[in-house]
Design a protein around this ligand. Sequence first.
Ligand SMILES: CC(C)(COP(=O)(O)OP(=O)(O)OC[C@H]1O[C@@H](n2cnc3c(N)ncnc32)[C@H](O)[C@@H]1OP(=O)(O)O)[C@@H](O)C(=O)NCCC(=O)NCCS
Length: 159
Amino acid sequence: MTKAEIELREITSENVGQVLRLSVADDQACFVATNAVSLAQAYVYPECAWPRAIYAGDALVGFLMLEILKPDHPKAPDGRASYFLWRLMIGSGHQHNGYGTAAVRAAIAFVRGLPDAHALKTSYVPDKPGSPGPFYLGLGFVPTGKVDEDGEIELSLEL
Ligand SMILES: CC(C)(COP(=O)(O)OP(=O)(O)OC[C@H]1O[C@@H](n2cnc3c(N)ncnc32)[C@H](O)[C@@H]1OP(=O)(O)O)[C@@H](O)C(=O)NCCC(=O)NCCS
């Protein structure tokens, strides 16, 4: 596959409607919250949510959101900064073009430029057909051994 070119752009009054309408296939809905839920969470947790629209040229193709915990955040583990890929989705008509890979790489590059960026973590729903586990393992994430309260498998990528 040739390397896909994407750009992470802010959510604005211009693109928010399109972001809200972008969705995954019905049988993938169990793997990721809707963009409406993600943007509501970004509104409630502005101190740690970093939501971005994924563009290929002028086309909106996906959405991602990082959780960035500064060391003084009450949830920051051991008083260290923490970086977590909270949401990732590529719209159903745009998958398998390399955009998901390119978006995760862009998120990694962004996080590498932030203070004390030692790792990027994420988690995924296992044991269902179409689970994104293999996608993340292919990008170099490795299981940490932790399973969260929803049964999601935690992964980490050393930066
Ligand atoms: C997972 C997801 C973001 C991948 O995006 P994408 O743009 O299709 O991924 P890429 O084209 O960069 O895929 C690169 C490779 O990863 C693997 N891959 C991608 N999605 C996969 C999946 N769901 N299951 C297994 N392998 C997958 C494939 O090997 C793929 O190569 P291929 O297209 O030649 O088969 C996308 O499928 C998606 O939005 N899924 C639904 C929501 C979701 O699961 N989000 C993650 C929440 S934790």
